[in-house]
Design a protein around this ligand. Structure first.
Ligand SMILES: [Zn+2]
Length: 225
């Protein structure tokens, strides 16, 4: 019995140990209004507001990809829903394969692969293709050239190959945070382009070999400098 009490206390204490909690450097971002059904068999008309912090909880961390996805997709959704309220029962989306972009896509649009309203493809133009189901209106969302600092792409590619040392990983994180801050403090219309497309072919391929690039360095040592 004593042994059990000891184990329970140890586990409890371990559970209380201070864990790394990330202080997000960005607390801004748009509020996106969404419309859903009001119970398991309910009618449309239940409204929620989604913030960048909500996306962070779903995704696991706040990163530049999450900010890119939210700001870019918001522009695309505004083109489909000029009233500013996104009908999550009426929207489908194709996303590029990044772990951040795909999480933003499903969370904001309600699209899911199993219901033929979401799939992933790196062959699309831009970062998203979003479609309003009732009228078929479809838009492509692109981030403008030159908006993302090239150094992030260069260091990011090295990190994905496991070639970035601990302190350089921290440098990459700072660069990404600065990029996020820049995106959040400038007009999204200057950073993203939304284009209507009339001939888009919805082709939901199921591919499960995308790399979850945001966990590749999870066991890297702390930077000691
Ligand atoms: Zn991320």
């Amino acid at each position: 019995m004593k042994k059990w009490i000891y184990i329970v206390i140890s586990v409890t204490l371990l559970g209380c140990a201070p864990e790394e909690t990330e202080t997000p450097s960005v607390t801004k971002g748009p509020i996106i209004k969404v419309n859903d059904t009001d119970f398991s068999k309910g009618r449309l008309g239940l409204y929620h507001e989604i913030t960048l912090q909500d996306l962070e909880k779903f995704h696991g961390h706040l990163c530049d990809g999450l900010v890119v996805g939210m700001l870019g997709l918001n522009e695309g959704l505004l083109a489909l829903y000029p009233g500013g309220i996104v009908d999550r029962t009426n929207t489908r989306i194709v996303s590029k394969g990044s772990p951040c972009l795909t999480d933003v896509a499903v969370y904001l649009t309600g699209g899911r692969y199993q219901f033929n309203s979401f799939y992933v493809s790196n062959n699309i133009e831009g970062i998203y293709v979003v479609q309003r189901i009732d009228n078929g209106k479809t838009v492509v969302v692109k981030m403008n050239k030159g908006v993302k600092p090239d150094e992030i792409n260069v260091l990011g590619a090295q990190a994905e190959k496991g070639e970035l040392e601990s302190c350089d990983l921290d440098k990459l994180k700072d660069l990404e945070n600065e990029f996020s801050e820049m995106l959040l403090s400038t007009n999204a219309k200057d950073n993203f382009t939304v284009t209507a497309v009339s001939d888009f072919e919805w082709n939901p391929v199921l591919k499960s070999d995308y790399t979850k690039t945001d966990i590749l360095n999870k066991n890297k040592k702390e930077c000691k400098q």
